[in-house]
Design a protein around this ligand. Structure first.
Ligand code: ZN
Length: 241
């Protein structure tokens, strides 16, 4: 099996983080494909955002358009069927006694990366790129660097391959993620992420805030808003100097 160093597969959910990862990959690799998973998430609106994001990136960034390859959508509704979480059922978003929020979907990233590797194996894509982050990661244990490194090892042993899992956001916070987008694609990319990506767990896309659409109250909205405000605040402080 021949994996190309210059080919990558980005896990593109349609949110801020994965869209920034897509831009990061388009900046580095000659050929970038995308994959998403339908696992019965209540915020399935994010899956609709993906097509808009791909189209907007292609039209606004011609040098990236030629690198953007196929999109893959994998039906993992079985994961929603077997999970009892706030992302897949009518369950309140809160902290559990275990210290994990009810939005934690057990095994989600392990399953996602494993399926992504199966696609990458067929397509000859050496690098898997995901927006997991240990800095403000809502306490999800499968977002930790150690989890991802162990998964890379397990996948490579199990598939007798040399895949590389890249996680460009692992050690940065949400404000730095906005800044990374600005460095990669300027204000055009920041504006695209504000307008076309979706983070809200409640699928709310009626209210448009400075930082994008969302209820403004769920943990995903709060993280996105706080990061954006910090990013804008830091930039205005810099511009005043
Ligand atoms: Zn929300």
């Amino acid at each position: 099996m021949n994996l190309s160093n210059q080919k990558a597969l980005v896990l593109l959910s349609g949110g801020q983080d994965s869209t920034t990862c897509l831009a990061w990959a388009l900046d580095r690799y000659d050929h970038v494909e995308t994959v998403a998973f339908n696992y019965g998430q209540r915020h399935a609106v994010e899956l609709d955002c993906r097509h808009k994001i791909r189209e907007a990136i292609s039209s606004s960034f011609p040098s990236w358009a030629s690198r953007l390859g196929q999109d893959h959508l994998v039906d993992l509704s079985v994961l929603g069927d077997i999970s009892d979480t706030a992302l897949t059922r009518e369950v309140e978003i809160k902290m559990e006694e275990s210290g994990l929020p009810t939005t934690f979907v057990p095994g989600r990233n392990i399953i996602f990366f494993t399926f992504a590797a199966s696609i990458a194996y067929r397509r000859g894509l050496k690098t898997l790129v995901g927006g997991v982050c240990e800095t403000d990661y809502s306490g999800y244990p499968d977002c930790r660097d150690d989890s991802i490194k162990a998964l890379q090892l397990a996948i490579n042993l199990g598939l007798d391959s040399r895949f590389v899992i890249q996680t460009p956001l692992m050690w940065i916070d949400k404000a730095a993620t906005w800044e990374l987008a600005r460095m990669l694609g300027g204000d055009d990319l920041v504006d695209l992420i504000v307008e076309d990506t979706h983070s809200c767990y409640r699928s709310e896309r009626e209210h448009r805030h400075k930082w994008g659409y969302g209820c403004g109250k769920c943990p995903a909205c709060k993280l996105r808003r706080a990061g954006y405000m910090q990013f804008r605040g830091a930039r205005s402080r810099i511009s005043r100097v």
